[in-house]
Structures are given as structure tokens and as C-alpha cells.
Design a protein around this ligand. Sequence first.
Ligand code: IPD
Ligand code: CA
Ligand code: CA
Length: 266
Amino acid sequence: MDEQFTAQVLEDIKRLAVQVGRLQQARLGDTQLKIEKKSTGIDLVTEVDKLSEQMILAFLKERYPDHSVLSEESGLADKSSEYLWIVDPLDGTTNYAQGLPIFAISIALQYRGRTMLGVVYAPVVEQLFSATRGGGAFLNGQRLRVAQKESLRECVLATGFPYDIAEHPVNNLCYFSKFSMKCRAIRRLGAAAYDLACVAAGKFDGFWELNLSPWDVAAGMLLVEEAGGTITHFRADRRISIVAANAAINRQICETIAGIDGHAIG
Ligand code: IPD
Ligand code: CA
Ligand code: CA
């Protein structure tokens, strides 16, 4: 992807995310909001998830008609393109359905399997995170750098729990209790894309989570890497399971997980 194309696409997507964010904010706390259960029964989808996705897909179809798109609620629209958009129209649906203000839009573009560009927008706090491969990560135009802490003890970490927490034995509870005693604090915001963006911005010192989907992490992982952080994959048996932090903290998080799982990772 050449620089000029990347820059133009990034501006498009930033504008789109802000537009979609306006819709989400306008309906936040609406008592008439239509909410449905997804397969497991605790996983929800609201009409705003769907409307947001429609807006994003319509824009991508008009602007980039030949590109493939993978989006959470509609699945894969495969055009056999080298370009693949990965879209989470509303990350943090459980929060949104409760009227809580922590949620974000996440849009990433891959070229030949590599994420080249990512945008995460949290509308209520008007935080627009963006990154391009090799071009750095930014929050509202300010360059980002991951936190520089060296000891896990000093860290505030973020995590989340899979929707199948009650059915699957690898549900993060054992990691969570271990980290609770090893770091300063843990936060569970309920929006993985935003958690990763906050790691990129040094607002969280690290993040780990199991069983995520491509749309939860595609943009956020690029943000972390472009802010100088490291991503490590673990638990290949639980879809996308990652650790994100600066290299020193990433290592300490991985060692803690390895101590529980009984084998090295990373
Ligand atoms: C969820 C959030 C949550 C994470 C879940 C995700 P959704 O995404 O990112 O923090 O723990 O695993 O599925 O359903 O709100 O888009
Ligand atoms: Ca999500
Ligand atoms: Ca979602």
C-alpha cells in the first residue's frame, strides 16, 4: 500500500468512525433500544450495532467496491481481494445495552494478510485512535507510546472474560486471580478494542484476554505495535488469545500465564 493511498484511506475511515459514533451516542441510554440475544444467551446485539455496521459496510462498498470485508454481525463478504476490511461496528455491546458510556468502533484494513491501518473511536470521550503500519500510532493527532514501566507490581492491567465463561474451563478466572495479586490493579472495561487502544496510549500498562475475534483486535494490535508495544499470542486452543504491553511487562505477563498453564509461551 503506498503512502498516499494509506493517508487518504485513513482520513476516510477517521471521518466515518466519527459519523458512526454520533449515531451511537445519540441512542445511548435509549429505553426503546431493541436488544437481542446471540447464540450463547449472554452475548447481545442491539439495533445500534446493526445500524452502525450498515453505515460502515455501505461506505466501504461505495468507496472500495472490490475489497473483501469481515464484519462481526454480517460475517465475510469475500471479493477475493488482497484488501480485507475487519470491522467491529460497536465493541462493548454489553455496556451499550446497559447505557454505559464505554464502547468503541474498530475498523482495520489488511493488505495481503497484514494489518496496514487501524482506527478505534470511543465516541463519548471523543478519543480517536489511529495507526498506520510504519507510520506510528496517534490519539486525536498526538503521537502515542506504550507505558514504560518495568515491574508488573506497578502495573494497571486490563482484561475481559469470554462469553462462554460458564461453559468453558479455560475462562480466564485462574489468570485473573493470579494477576490480582501480582499487579497494582486490574480493570475490566468490557471493550477489548478500547482496552488495546488504551495500552497503546499508556493508559493501561498491559492487557491479556482469551478467545477474542479478529474484529476485536485487528485495529488495536496495530495501535499497540505502532506505539512501541509487543503482542504475544497464547492458548492456541482459545481462538485469538493475546498479551499486549511493552516488551518487559509482556514477558512478565507471559511468565505468569506460563506458570499457570505449565508450559512456556511466546
Ligand atoms: C466484546 C468486548 C469484550 C470482550 C469480549 C468481546 P462486543 O466485544 O470486546 O470486552 O471481553 O470477548 O466479544 O461483543 O462487545 O463487540
Ligand atoms: Ca468486540
Ligand atoms: Ca461488536
